[in-house]
Structure formats: structure tokens, C-alpha cells
Ligand binder design. Structure first.
Ligand code: AMP
Length: 292
């Protein structure tokens, strides 16, 4: 019989029950396998699959969770219209060799009468924490819950959500969660726009202006290397965003580990931007090169 040109991809095991996935992960670890975990809200794009690829490189088995977490959305945010595409997401992670897709129902993550939240302070206070009250508490709560269900050796997150990575690192350290955290680079469209499930909301006109976020970050990098002050660079970033028709929530240069204002302009810094194009809110960041 003729062989197929491409060998068929192994289907991941789809698990909805947190206890069942924990047992399967534990059993794999008992056989000496290193397990990697990529938590997502689905509507997967190359940013997400880059995390799966990294996990597959570094681990024997990879679990990907797909769960649109209601507690990290504010009451007027996009929870109900957030894109959902479970079938194509499963196909995408199958191609990348994931062993499990964990797609729980909300009731198994938040059982009836649930009354426990994980509240992180420190890096959660400013920026997204100010603009989206309760958001990081929702993120920390669900990531903590997911890491209990999927007790992986290593979990993989994107630098695209820089503040989120700091909040998760803090939560994992403070609670002694025995999973390592790896932060992977932001994957971008050819014009620099960071890939995001929310890019699908943009109209064609908004999409063409959305690269203004990345352009403002590049401006920040140039100003930073040229030795300009933080205040001057932040003004230039905000001005550029406004010119591109982005309603600015913030455009800031801060300490990359604490998100506090820089006391010393030679310490490691990150440039953060957030703004709205019509109904769509986008965020982005870049780590700035060290300045002597
Ligand atoms: P989400 O589904 O938006 O919750 O994202 C799931 C994970 O994918 C998070 O760790 C994100 O930071 C990461 N991620 C989202 N977009 C990108 C991107 N463009 N590049 C790298 N990682 C990303």
C-alpha cells in the first residue's frame, strides 16, 4: 500500500476533568517524563504555538489548556464575544505535538459557591491593574487553579503580556508553586503588530493603524539609545500613538522587574504601551537595551 506523503499527526488527548488531567500528568512524571504546560484562552495563533514549540523542545510531554477565564474580564469587557474556536485550536496544537488539551468547563474551575481568589499586589498594582480592576486577581486565581490541575515541571508564558508574567512569577514564588516559569519572546506580524486573539476584532482601517503601538515602542528604543530622558521619550510615544489614532491608556518606561518608575536610568527597563482602536484594546511592550 502506498504510504501517505506526510505522516498523520497524533491527536492530543482531550481532557475536561481537572482530576483526570492531574492523574495523567502525574503518571507521565512517575515514568520520568518532564511535562511542559501552556495555559491559553484559545483562538490560537502563532504566538501561542511558539510557546507550545518551546515547551515541546524542552519537555517530553506538553499540555495546553484552553479556557476563556471569566474572572479576568471586567463587567463591560469582551468575555461573551471573545473568539472561541476549540476544533481548530485542537488541530493547531496537534500539529505541534501536544499530548493533552485540557479544556475544562467553568464549573470545574469555579465550583458552585466558589469563594477563593488569589490576590497579588506588587507588580499587579499599576498599568493593567489600575485600568482593569480585578483582572490580575482573575489571572492569578485561574493560573494557580490550572497549575494545581496540571502540575507541570515548567509552564510557558508570552512576554507579550509582560506585566502578567511578573504577576505570575510573584504568585508562584509567594505560594511556593513547584512549577518553573519560562517567558518566551513576543511573536509579531510582519509590520510589527504583536499577535493577539483580539486583533480579529480590528476593522481593516484599525488594523492598518494598529502597528502604531509597535512603532511607538521602536521610537522609545531609539530615544533610549540616544540617551533621551524617560519623560521626553514617554511624550514622544504618546504623541505617536495619538497620531495613529490610538486612544492612549499609557505609554511608559519603567523598571522591567518591578514596573516602578526608574530611579536610575541605567537599570533594566521595559517600554509599555496600551491603547484603544475603536472597541478594541491592545497592549504591547519591549525590553529596552541596557544603557551604560
Ligand atoms: P491568551 O490566550 O491571550 O491568554 O495567551 C496565552 C499565552 O500566550 C500567554 O502567556 C500570552 O502571553 C501568550 N501570547 C499571546 N500572544 C502572544 C504573542 N504574540 N507572542 C508570544 N506569546 C503570546
Amino acid at each position: 500500500m502506498p504510504q501517505p506523503a506526510v505522516s498523520p499527526v497524533a491527536k492530543p488527548i482531550i481532557v475536561t476533568d481537572p482530576i483526570a488531567i492531574r492523574e495523567q500528568v502525574r503518571a507521565a512524571q512517575a515514568r520520568g517524563r518532564r511535562v511542559g504546560f501552556v495555559p491559553t484562552m484559545g483562538a490560537l495563533h502563532e504566538g501561542h504555538t511558539s510557546l507550545v514549540d518551546r515547551a515541546a523542545c524542552e519537555c517530553d510531554d506538553v499540555a495546553v489548556s484552553i479556557f476563556v477565564n471569566p474572572t479576568q474580564f471586567g463587567p463591560s469587557e469582551d468575555f461573551s464575544r471573545y473568539p472561541r474556536s476549540l476544533e481548530s485550536d485542537i488541530a493547531a496544537v496537534a500539529e505541534r505535538g501536544a499530548r493533552w488539551v485540557f479544556a475544562p468547563e467553568a464549573e470545574s474551575i469555579y465550583p458552585p459557591g466558589w469563594a477563593t481568589r488569589v490576590e497579588v499586589e506588587g507588580p499587579a498594582r499599576r498599568f493593567e491593574g489600575e485600568i482593569r480592576p480585578g483582572h490580575f486577581s482573575g489571572v492569578a486565581t485561574v493560573v494557580c487553579r490550572l497549575l494545581l490541575a496540571v502540575p507541570a515541571d515548567e509552564a510557558y508564558f508570552g512576554a507579550k503580556d509582560w506585566q502578567q508574567t511578573l504577576v505570575i512569577r510573584r504568585m508562584v514564588r509567594d505560594l511556593g508553586v513547584p512549577t518553573g516559569i519560562t517567558v518566551c519572546p513576543t511573536v509579531r506580524e510582519p509590520d510589527g503588530l504583536a499577535m493577539s486573539s483580539r486583533n480579529a476584532y480590528l476593522t481593516a482601517a484599525e488594523r492598518s493603524r494598529a502597528c502604531g503601538l509597535f512603532e511607538s515602542l521602536r521610537l522609545a528604543e531609539q530615544g533610549w539609545l540616544a540617551g533621551e530622558t524617560v519623560a521626553v521619550i514617554e511624550r514622544a510615544m504618546a504623541h505617536h500613538l495619538a497620531e495613529r489614532g490610538v486612544t492612549v491608556d499609557y505609554a511608559a518606561i519603567v523598571d522591567r522587574d518591578t514596573l516602578d518608575p526608574l530611579t536610575d536610568e541605567t537599570s533594566p527597563a521595559v517600554a509599555l504601551v496600551a491603547g484603544r482602536l475603536g472597541m478594541t484594546r491592545l497592549i504591547d511592550n519591549i525590553l529596552l537595551p541596557l544603557r551604560r
